[in-house]
Write a protein that binds this ligand. Structure first.
Ligand code: TYC
Length: 99
C-alpha cells in the first residue's frame, strides 16, 4: 500500500487553503493622524493603542500592515478605507499584497 509522503500532504493542504493578503496603509503628507487612527479602529478593529502604533509606523516608514485577510475581505477593507477617506476629504490609500 502506498502512503503519501508528508510534504505531498502538506502541499495538498496548502492548495486547499485560500491565499492570504496583507492589507497595507500608505503614508501621505495630508491625511491627519487622528483620521488614520479612526480608520484602524473602525475598519480594522484595532484598539486605540494598536492603532497609534500602526499609524506611527506608516508615518515613519511609508507603509504598514493593518492585517491579513482573504482576497475578498482585503478588497472590501480597501474599498471601505477609500470611501471613508473620500467622504472626509483625505487622500489616504490602502493596498494589498499576497502573503
Ligand atoms: N503623514 C501624515 C501626517 O503627518 C499622517 C499619516 C499617517 C498619513 C499614516 C497617512 O497612512 C498614513 N499628517
Amino acid at each position: 500500500m502506498s502512503t503519501k509522503k508528508e510534504y505531498e500532504l502538506d502541499e495538498e493542504l496548502s492548495l486547499m487553503e485560500p491565499k492570504q493578503y496583507n492589507v497595507l496603509l500608505l503614508n501621505d503628507d495630508y491625511t491627519s493622524m487622528d483620521f488614520v487612527v479612526e480608520v484602524l479602529m473602525n475598519i480594522f478593529h484595532k484598539s486605540y493603542a494598536e492603532a497609534e502604533v500602526i499609524m506611527l509606523e506608516v508615518h515613519r516608514k511609508d507603509r504598514g500592515s493593518c492585517g491579513v485577510f482573504t482576497y475578498e475581505v482585503a478588497e472590501t477593507k480597501i474599498m471601505q478605507v477609500s470611501k471613508l477617506a473620500r467622504e472626509q476629504g483625505h487622500p489616504l490609500k490602502a493596498t494589498m499584497e499576497e502573503v
